[in-house]
Write a new protein. Structure first.
Ligand SMILES: *Cc1c(COP(=O)(O)O)cnc(C)c1O
Length: 357
């Protein structure tokens, strides 16, 4: 039986992705070959990557002068590629959590970094009303903070190039891509299995802002845009699975539908947390993530946490233990997570509270 999967990453994927990827592993269309055996330069795989790219463009209404790339190395490699390519003197990093901190550390290897952060309060809020100097090369933000459970749901504009790590909320809402110089993320939080990284990059930004340093070929963005993500062998099977997930998003009504469903799931779970005497949320209400819902037990129940996680797992809810750096609980309610999954978890919370409180 399939469990109620609340893992933070790799994430739950739609049945369609699992079924069609399984089939394609045995035989891709009528090629007599597995999708894993196809030449990445042959027409059959080219059709797969073209479709994945076209779906990205269609679902997010990506403007003409942007490229969509499928790369290896995870979002973590982007942490280093971004400053390597684009940090000439000074960049601005909004430090809103564990991943943002990692991105910022890489940037510090290449230039001056202005940091605005919410670490004074354990990253439980999104800083607002801060000033961004006009002379920075770019601003880097993390739209969804997977570990701390906060999210930026607006498309900001600081009048300087904006780069966003959208690893864990990609395809969960409409995004005004024209506001961003670049958007990137690991696929495994919301749109596919681990092993492929998506990059959406404005071509003018990419061509006109390259830092004056020697950059290894593989780490240059224009290497990959010029070769259509085929400078080297791309992660073929992962791209296939992303394509299937994007087809599912489209079938479900696109990112507008994902947005509504994300609201429904998150509201239902946060309401349960807020009306409970046992559980409480950990972050500033207005900055709550819809993708990673972090909660803990009130102090007098603290020692029951492990019991609760066990109780929930007996009801087939997996992945709700909080990140090791935060503790408590975290339910990741990505696109493929259903209201039914959330209801099972909320029932478990209510039953547990009745039994113990
Ligand atoms: C998981 C995560 C990353 C790291 O992604 P990898 O693909 O494992 O390198 C980066 N940023 C955010 C917001 C994440 O959630």
């Amino acid at each position: 039986m399939r469990k109620h999967i609340f893992n933070a990453g790799p994430c739950k994927l739609p049945d369609r992705t699992l079924e069609n990827t399984s089939k394609a592993i045995l035989e891709h269309l009528n090629t007599g070959q597995s999708v894993m055996e196809l030449s990445h330069r042959g027409k059959d795989f080219q059709a797969v990557i073209d479709e994945a790219e076209a779906l990205f463009k269609e679902l997010l209404k990506i403007p003409e002068n942007y490229s969509v790339l499928f790369l290896g190395g995870g979002a973590s490699l982007q942490f280093c590629m971004i400053p390597y390519n684009f940090l000439k003197k000074k960049a601005f990093y909004l430090n809103t959590g564990t991943w943002a901190t990692k991105a910022l550390k890489e940037a510090q290897l290449w230039g001056e970094v202005i940091e605005v952060s919410s670490k004074d309060k354990e990253f439980t809020y999104i800083p607002k009303g801060f000033n961004v100097p006009k002379d920075v090369d770019y601003v880097h933000i993390t739209t969804n903070n997977t570990i701390k459970g906060t999210e930026i749901l607006e498309d900001w504009d600081f009048g300087v190039p904006l780069i966003a790590d959208m690893s864990s909320d990609m395809m969960s809402r409409p995004v005004d891509v024209s506001k961003y110089a670049m958007i990137y993320g690991g696929a495994q939080k919301n749109i596919g299995p681990a092993g492929v990284t998506f990059v959406i990059i404005n071509n003018d930004f990419m061509n006109n802002n390259i830092a004056d340093r020697t950059i290894p070929t593989m780490l240059k963005y224009n290497t990959h845009t010029e070769e259509g993500s085929m400078f080297n062998t791309p992660p073929c099977i992962n791209i296939f699975a992303v394509k299937e997930t994007l087809l599912w998003v489209k079938e479900m009504g696109g990112v507008e539908a994902m947005d509504k469903l994300a609201d429904q799931r998150a509201n239902f779970l946060y309401n349960a947390i807020d009306s409970s005497k046992m559980f409480r949320g950990t972050v500033n209400k207005e900055d709550r993530s819809r993708m990673n819902i972090c909660f803990v037990m009130h102090d007098q129940y603290k020692e029951l946490e492990a019991d609760f996680i066990k109780f929930a797992s007996e009801r087939n809810c997996v992945g709700i233990k909080g990140h090791r750096s935060v503790g408590g609980c975290r339910a990741s309610t990505y696109n493929a997570c259903t209201m039914e999954d959330v209801k099972v978890l909320v029932n478990a919370m209510e039953e547990f509270e009745k039994m113990k409180a």
